[in-house]
Design a protein around this ligand. Sequence first.
Ligand code: NAD
Length: 500
Amino acid sequence: DRVFSRPGEPGCLVNFRPKYENFIGNQWIPPVKGNYFDNISPVDGKAFCKCANSTSEDVEVAIEYAYRCWQSWKRTSAQDRAKVLYQIAQVIEDNKEKLAVAEVWDNGKPIREALSEDIPDAATHFRYFAAAIATQEGFLSEINENLVAYHFYEPLGVVALIIPWNYPILMASWKLAPAIAAGNCAILKPAEQTPASIMVLMELLVDVIPPGLINILTGYGPQVGKPLALHPKIKKVAFTGETTTGQEIMKYVSQNIIPVTLELGGKSPNIFFEDVASENDEFFEKAVEGCAMFVLNQGEVCTCPSRALVHESIYDKFVEKLISILRNIKQGNPLSMETMVGAQVSSEQLEKIRYYIELGKKEGAERVFGGNGKKVVEGQLQDGYFIEPTIFKGDNKMRIFQEEIFGPVLSITTFRTEEEAIKIANDTSYGLAAGVWTRDNSRGYRVCRQLEAGRVWLNCYNEFPAHSAFGGYKKSGFGRECHKIALEHYQQIKNIIVDY
Ligand code: NAD
């Protein structure tokens, strides 16, 4: 277990700077207007550093450095770009503990998750895209006896990457790795709730990356994200965040007619057929644990399985098991290796979750577990943003079934037939992910194919391999990350036709 030492105290593994300027051209450059905001840790509700409150003036500075770097980076061979990505991966791996602790203070997530998933996965993404770019090939088409059409993959230029707060370093890696591998330079804007951990990473990367390849501007969406996305020198926006923000981003990119990828919200259904509970075996355990994943990362996961659809014949047995699992989940100090559920990212997020818990009660949903609002964690963490998990049983038409809560709140409903399950699952404006659990493979396949979601897990949940394309249907966005096809979202194709 990590000693509970606040940033700045002896024993804290990370030496956060008291004040972070922007990271531009491998330097720390103060915001032009000189303003900073307090970065508050969800672990204890106290500020632990300040970060630049950037504006459009800072966007200009970052673009200048990024654009300059791009003049040489775009000419760098794919093999040399791959080398830089491998080095980044190595730095992440060598500093795993430090980065995990930084992530805990910034986001409130449990250290065991950060150490076993977030940070190693970030390194994997850089390695994966290093290999992907090193092996990518253009192609040619033979048109007729004389004409040959060549196709070359070319980078776009300086790209804007705007990310949310739930997986700060991992979300940055999902975008940075394909963007720079493809030959672009990047300006990344982390979420204002979690601006510090990425800065800890950048401090470690100074000697590894050319100046201007990766630039970080901290601050708020409308003040810095918007001018960044609107800037005429930005050649692509990759955005992850809420659907409503995604709608704004689409308006911005229409100004300069640039490509955009949007990874947005979700309200993912997790379907449990009757055969799941036919025996009290490992499969049944695994399935119910798959349902309990609604508490993973405090429910702040875009693919959070927030709607469970359980066959009515197994409902009682299923819920009994689910509750016994939840009772054994340790929640509290995220720096303890035993902790499985940490703190919500911000007081606003905590209030939003409480609002939905009250709404569920008002809508007439049955309270199956929890539902009491804030969880009291004693001592130094008493002001942290902890909340106990909650389960409601209700109807898919209710708002708690339709709106993304982004917290540890599960809405369960029952179904009788396969057709009904598919209908309920698809009755949502989102289409990010879904889960299906059954011992019957052909039913599993059949149902997966009918679900309106970009990612479906059959008999598993929340697996995120780097070589598996991830992205949404419907209002969950478009474009794919995490597979080599993501490279093409950061490239354009030059076609040269030659008459020999
Ligand atoms: P958000 O939309 O509020 O913010 C995301 C980012 O956009 C932040 O950096 C924010 O500062 C910036 N932003 C806000 N307004 C902006 C504007 N007008 N112009 C430019 N930038 C702006 O989202 P959030 O609350 O940080 O994150 C939670 C959301 O992210 C959830 O909806 C979740 O489902 C989604 N998410 C999706 C995926 C996915 O892959 N589909 C992954 C993680 C999170």
